[in-house]
Design a binder for this molecule. Structure first.
Ligand code: PEP
Ligand code: MG
Length: 602
């Protein structure tokens, strides 16, 4: 097989098990599970190769018209796609509408027209330049959610480009008529909305990550997805049989007979277990000695409420609210936010919904959050820091949350708290917001629980002081691990060092747990650490009351909780705390509770 340089590099960086036969390529597990099937390559042309030429002054107006016509055609295509979306996929419409709006976005549309005129260049060249510039801004962002919004710009550019050049996609994605595994560079929401999704066994994409549209769709469909697989389209051939392991984030090409047998077995075992666990998923997560725990869902979109309920969640432990701020070039209005939160609260009632206030990245170049450039945005003006600096944006969200709280069981949570002063400042703005609503004679529910995320090490260390001002702590291990171990959570090169069972992390959680117990503050965990059944024994020993996670993980975490007695966990925890490395801790969990995991999907 002839490998491109890029692919060779990709394979070298990955695990090359047997070059002549079986190849394992690693990526990011975007949706768990295993599938075995035929690959279907979505061969969409990108905007990489475009014609470039200079124009005479006399041709400029006609060129701008040509560009405008291409955008008008692209808009018409989007409208046709939107009109053809079957009602069961209507939840995706907002993404398509966003793309339609993006087509005419000032930064893309006006700038391209200006670029044609100012530089006297053809429309394709101007569009490519403008699009690349916008995408660079997104690519530079450290938060994966925003980084992936650059893909939206790429999809829109691609559509205009095809209308300019007259190139149509090489195959009709909507015509897929057999069960396949889709392989694509990236899948736009417009494309996924045209696929008959029940035909898709799994997804493999070269771009994207855990928060990209493909991941969200795959998780909702409960099919495996592996993303960020460099060179996938080059190395995987259409119609070849491949294995996708979304749990491990691996794609196996040219699988040997042994691997096929092994994975078929794994798949049927895990499907059997999942079905079995789903049967019990709505049952309470009570330990054999009667400790009542809660297992909740994390969501980013209103549409994910269905999955949360289907998987038997006891509520929503984390509603990440950034999405509505990213779907438009304008800030969402109070009423738009209110309607969204009200619907989530209402659908979940009487179960609790924990709405986290805006955790916007500190990178001020981001669309509506324009501002100065930051060298290290993850340590910059992010989340609560941004909100405290822009109280008008923060208060609009708080008003919406307080109003929605009338319609359900809503809790309020502040992200990225690093010291007591920030809680006091946030709570002061909350009180002011309640007064404003009273003065405006707008009805709301001000009697809601207020908590903070513990995701900055200083917050964990100061948790005894923090406890005086909040109703609950929710430990965000994704960031807590990143900040405590100095491991960029999105960097593949150090991913192996991102270890939830690191002794330092366990000690930080213990510190928080002791403060919570002493001050009678409820203790939750909503970072990914809570989603892995293997972590459950230690988290039970550390006194976590509520576990919140991606919805498909709920049944297996509940199942493990039901099998572990919280009595006599002291010696187990003492032993864990004596260990010097994550490996030693893993061994102790394995030695003590290993039998339980044989029957659990991880
Ligand atoms: C976390 O940091 O653990 C968390 C849940 O928040 P996010 O992943 O949204 O940063
Ligand atoms: Mg976080």
């Amino acid at each position: 097989m002839k490998l491109s340089h890029g692919l060779k590099m990709a394979l070298e960086n990955n695990e090359l098990m047997n070059a002549s036969q079986e190849i394992v390529i690693k990526g990011i597990g975007g949706s768990p599970g295993i599938c075995i099937g035929k690959a279907y390559i979505v061969d969409r042309e990108g905007v990489d190769v475009v014609q470039q030429y200079y124009l005479f002054d006399s041709d400029l107006d006609a060129e701008i018209d040509r560009f405008k016509k291409a955008v008008a055609n692209a808009t018409k295509e989007m409208e046709d796609i939107i009109a053809s979306v079957p009602s069961e996929y209507h939840e995706q419409l907002y993404i398509l509408e966003t793309h339609k709006v993006l087509l005419k976005d000032k930064k893309l549309y006006d700038k391209t027209c200006t670029m044609i005129e100012a530089n006297k260049i053809n429309a394709e060249w101007a569009l490519k330049k403008v699009s690349t510039e916008i995408r660079r801004v997104f690519d530079d962002m450290s938060d994966s959610f925003f980084r992936e919004r650059g893909a939206d710009v790429a999809h829109v550019t691609d559509r205009i480009m095809r209308n300019l050049t007259g190139n149509k996609p090489q195959e009709q994605i909507q015509d897929i008529n057999k069960r396949v595994i889709l392989i694509a560079r990236d899948l736009s929401p417009a494309e996924t909305s045209q696929i008959q999704l029940h035909k898709v066994q799994g997804f493999v994409t070269e771009l994207g990550g855990k928060t990209s549209h493909t991941s969200i769709i795959a998780r909702t469909l409960q099919v495996p997805a592996v993303l960020g697989v460099t060179g996938a389209k080059e190395v995987i051939t259409s119609e070849s049989i491949i294995i996708v392991d979304g749990t491990k984030g691996a794609v196996i090409l040219n699988p040997s007979d042994d691997s096929l047998i092994e994975y078929e077995e794994k798949k049927s075992i895990s499907e059997r277990r999942r079905k079995h666990m789903m049967r019990f998923s709505s049952k309470p997560a009570m330990t054999p000695d009667g400790a009542q725990k809660k297992v909740m869902g994390n969501i980013e979109l209103l549409e994910e409420v269905v999955s949360v309920l289907d998987h038997g969640a006891d509520g929503i432990g984390l509603y990440r609210t950034e999405f509505l701020y990213m779907t438009s070039n304008e800030l969402p209005t109070e009423d738009q936010l209110f309607e969204n939160y009200r619907e989530v609260a209402d659908l979940m009632y009487p179960l609790p919904v924990t709405i986290r206030t805006l955790d916007i990245n500190g990178d001020k170049k981001a669309g509506i959050f324009n501002g100065h450039e930051e060298t290290n945005p993850v340590l910059g003006l992010r989340a609560i820091r941004y909100c405290l600096k822009r109280p008008e944006i923060f208060k609009t969200q708080l008003r919406a949350i307080l109003r929605a709280a009338e319609y359900g069981n809503v809790r309020l949570m502040f992200p990225m708290i690093s010291g007591v002063k920030e809680i006091l400042a946030a709570k002061k703005l909350l009180d002011e917001t309640k007064n404003d609503l009273l003065n405006d004679k707008i009805s709301f529910n001000g009697d809601i629980e207020v908590g903070i995320m513990i995701e900055v090490p200083s917050a964990a260390i100061l948790s005894d002081l923090m406890a005086d001002y909040v109703d609950f702590f929710s430990i965000g291990t994704n960031d807590l691990i990143q900040y405590a171990l100095a491991i960029d959570r999105g960097n593949h090169d150090v991913a192996h060092l991102f270890q939830p069972l690191h002794p330092a992390i366990i000690r930080l959680v213990k510190t928080v747990s002791e403060a919570a117990q002493k001050k009678k503050v409820k203790l939750f965990m909503c970072g990914e650490m809570a989603a892995d059944p293997f972590h459950v024994p230690i988290l039970l020993a550390l006194g976590i009351d509520e576990f919140s996670m991606n919805p498909p993980s709920i049944p297996s975490v509940k199942s493990i909780i039901r099998q572990i007695s919280t009595e006599n966990m002291v010696p187990f925890l003492e032993k864990v705390l004596k260990q010097q490395s994550p490996d030693e801790i893993i061994q102790i969990v394995q030695d003590t509770y290993g039998d339980l995991f044989k029957e659990t999907i991880r």
